[in-house]
Design a protein around this ligand. Sequence first.
Ligand code: NAD
Length: 282
Amino acid sequence: MNTHIIDGKALALEIQDNLLRRVSQFSRAPKLAVILVGDDPASHIYVCNKAKAAEKVGIATELFYLSPVLTQDALIAFIHDLNHNPNIDGILVQLPLPKHIDSDAVIESIDPNKDVDGLCTRNLGRLFIGKPGIIPCTPKACMTLIYKACPNPDGLNAVIIGRSRLVGKPLAQLLLAAQCTVTQAHTHTRNLAALCQTADILVVAAGKPDLIKRDFIKPGAIVIDVGINRNEDGKLQGDVSFDAVNGIAGAVTPVPGGVGPMTVTMLLENIVDIYEKENKQN
Ligand code: NAD
């Protein structure tokens, strides 16, 4: 079997073209506020990449670099100001936050209508009960890639490795809504290989390089690799090596060039959607 590589970068560019077209109809540029607390170099790179991607589709970004010793109360007060600022459409707080700050409290302080990451309890709750809301970017990216490889996932078995609030849990809801039979695996799961062999769709979001071996894969399965790991040479790699799935899987996303670029694109799509929704109401 030929294993198809799902090109997340190309799909991301296609969607970005469409976003640019939508934004060009707006009376002003949608604006994203990005908050970075502290000086974590990786977070710095992520934030700059998001700002660059936003600019390409006509979304304005305002970056706020805040002190690593900022208190939680001061950060929440800062977010409240942005919540009330009519020129800001979306607010993103780059995680992780310094240890003295409770990330959950900070996420909850974002106006749910401006919560571009879709991670506050109202947006996650709406996803859980099947109501429209803002959908977290990485799970949304996974679904878009799954639909690209398999336009009708109705009735398929989906196995997700990972149960985080950021990826695994919201993705399970999206796959259920797409009529899949969903199983969620995690560190306590027994016989992971046998479970994965049942998967028509296997999403791996563990953050463990080479977790997936050849005998985990059901012939023809769609494999979505969310993991981001750095190998000894500093190169990015996922949780799935291409060699492990080549010739067995029907399709696989590469790392880099799979879920990563699509996640950034889903963030942009969320901002454009928020702008449209809010400006229709006014
Ligand atoms: P996390 O550490 O919060 O969660 C990892 C999950 O994987 C946990 O639920 C854990 O139970 C499970 N797990 C870990 N090892 C396992 C094992 N050996 N067997 C079975 N289950 C196992 O991480 P996260 O935030 O969900 O992110 C997961 C991975 O995805 C990380 O590598 C992260 O960097 C990456 N990520 C990528 C993007 C992207 O845009 N491409 C976005 C978010 C996260």
